[in-house]
Design a protein around this ligand. Sequence first.
Ligand code: PEP
Ligand code: MG
Length: 325
Amino acid sequence: LQRQYAAELPLTTVTLDGLRVYLYINSGLLSSVDSETGCDSDGIGLYRTEVLFMLRQFFPGEQEQLDIYRKVLRAANNKPVVMRTLDVGGDKPLDYFPIVEDNPCLGWRGIRLSLDHPELFLVQLRAMLHAAIDSQQLHILLPMVSNLEEVDLALVYLEQAYQELTVELEQSFSMPKVGIMLEVPVLLYQLDEVAKRVDFVSVGSNDLTQYLLAVDRNNPNVNALFDSYHPGVLRALKFAVERCNANHLPISVCGELAGEPIGAMLLVAMGYEQLSMSQASLSRINYLLRRVSKLELSALLDKALSLYTGGEVKALISEYCEEKG
Ligand code: PEP
Ligand code: MG
């Protein structure tokens, strides 16, 4: 069956009723970008730079980062690449920068760490900007944002990196688009203000689910409670796309949900038109979305949102798929 999905990949993803859905790949390894670009995705929707940091013995320097980011952009073949700034802490430790905390998931993670260490943040921003100097592909994504001050401060550092580089390289170039991860629930209620500051939003449904439900996504004791299909989580995801659409703020989903067949169908029904997923999921989701209509999915979504549990939601959509064959 995998072979059958793959055979369809060069086709763009359009639903039966004509909606174009953009499918991107999540990646973190240069080697995987190389092979990923062989297939026909719409680009890299999430490049997790922390993987590069986790594979080293110490923080990679500017030149090393520059070389790798350059290769990633080149491998993506003129397609957009969303590079996320360092997202360590929580479930992603760095051996050479140990963080000991009682509640790591509520602790020093993502943008919090970068803003507290501008010397690291600036090096990374400069390397990204420099790598993209001759292309329009780069989109910079800020992880674990929980307030507007963090966005504003990050943009100040980005401007600083940009100014420094234009002087040093004696070259003017365009500033890449900048976005934030929507994974801390409070930002759901500040999307109007977010829209005034950034160019796009990417929903981290893994962390958003974790924080909406107060369930550690990696704790086996409470694993069963981690459920992105919880009708309340689905309502939050629908609210996010509606607020972003109202603000003409492009929004995508790059958490696991986007690469799950039932998740992708629900997200398209809500109004999401950009999904980023693992390479392994891409052909399957492409195959599936080309055989459904958004109109039908929307009716299903209304039912799903009023159900009692995530299990019931999944059963409803599975039943629909079986009926459709
Ligand atoms: C997410 O939280 O959904 C996400 C994509 O980021 P990560 O899984 O890398 O935390
Ligand atoms: Mg996350």
